[in-house]
Design a protein around this ligand. Structure first.
Ligand code: ADP
Ligand code: MG
Length: 319
């Protein structure tokens, strides 16, 4: 029997939901936010051929669509709780739907977020998720909250996802183990939700690195009306072979490559010990990569603290 719209929703996207008054199946879902908390709401769309390669693995895609949304909650210091899924599909392929929903729900279960509704249409493959989370009043990690003298921090490392993209476009050639690492970074990003929650009340500004470190740090600088100084020598490097680290594309991938979904945040120098403890507690590298100062824009400093001129920024649709 062919799979129609309602069978498809019932079979692949309807599960019992614990933290919800009314989930999939009615004209709208009903949720009961925790009294006194603010709702953090965000949406992200992934379009085939633009955000992911046509024919890519459906399970990884299901994971990634939710991961990029969870990353926005992390960047706000919010606890993710509910999401909706708007799917535009060229056809109702049971194998694809089973794999996609498996990948998506695996990550949803890790973070205890519930799929509460959505919309399903026929059309070019596009996946749009809206996510809702909770944060205590005054504790969200806003882009405009950076302060003069703040340390700039980065979780994990950047660059590897962009190297996997470059390899897939035939622009560079990675060895098998480098490629495995970079592809996992691109296809299965780990949203830094626990870090975001721990930083709420400790850090000032935060953003998730989706369009490249320079561009995303630039958003913190612009919204905070400050200048950001980034020390090239302090940037954490991905764990790749010497051959990969010698590729001419490396600097560009580190500074302007997208899709890493790490957190870049700012905090007062006084809380350095707490942030270092957090790195240990979360088993996550946290690197102090620069400072916020009076002024504007992002400056990259070399080993002699001299500004470096760079021919690139980050990704920008329509630019
Ligand atoms: P409406 O006619 O009100 O737009 P739909 O027929 O589109 O409702 O959807 C029926 C129910 O299924 C709704 O509760 C909707 O939220 C849910 N739904 C539709 N598509 C999805 C999806 N991809 N994932 C989860 N829930 C979905
Ligand atoms: Mg509908």
């Amino acid at each position: 029997m062919p799979l129609d719209e309602f069978d498809l929703i019932q079979r692949y996207f309807t599960r019992p939901v614990g933290n919800t008054v009314l989930g999939v199946g009615d004209d709208a879902a009903l949720i009961a936010p925790t009294p006194g908390m603010q709702l953090a709401v965000s949406a992200d769309t992934l379009v085939e051929g633009r955000h992911f390669f046509a024919g890519c693995d459906a399970e990884a895609l299901g994971w990634k669509c939710l991961a990029v949304n969870l990353s926005d909650m992390a960047a706000m210091g919010a606890r993710p709780r509910w999401f909706t899924l708007c799917l535009s599909l060229p056809q109702a392929d049971p194998g694809w739907l089973a794999a996609f929903s498996r990948g998506m729900f695996a990550l949803a279960d890790e973070h205890d977020v519930a799929l509460i509704g959505g919309d399903t249409t026929a059309g070019p493959l596009t996946i749009s998720i809206q996510i809702m989370g909770e944060v205590a009043p005054g504790l969200a990690l806003r882009r405009d909250a950076g302060q003069v003298g703040d340390d700039i921090w980065l979780s994990g490392c950047t660059g590897a996802a962009a190297m996997a993209v470059a390899q897939r476009y035939g622009k560079l050639q990675l060895g098998a183990s480098d490629l495995a690492y970079c592809a996992a970074r691109l296809d299965k990003p780990q949203p830094r939700v626990a870090l975001g929650l721990a930083l709420s009340g400790l850090a000032h500004a935060a953003i998730d690195v989706s369009d490249g470190l320079l561009a995303d740090l630039g958003h913190i600088a612009a919204r905070s009306q400050l200048a950001a100084e980034l020390r090239l020598m302090s940037l954490p490097l991905p764990p790749l072979s010497d051959e990969a680290m010698a590729l001419p594309a490396l600097d560009r991938c580190l500074l302007a490559g997208g899709d890493d979904y790490e957190l870049c945040f700012t905090a007062a120098p006084a809380v350095r010990p707490q942030i270092e403890q957090l790195a240990t507690a979360l088993a996550l590298r946290l690197s102090h990569i620069g400072q916020l100062k009076a002024g504007q824009g992002v400056t990259v400093l070399d080993a002699n603290d001299q500004p470096v001129r760079l021919p690139y920024t980050g990704f920008n649709h329509f630019a």
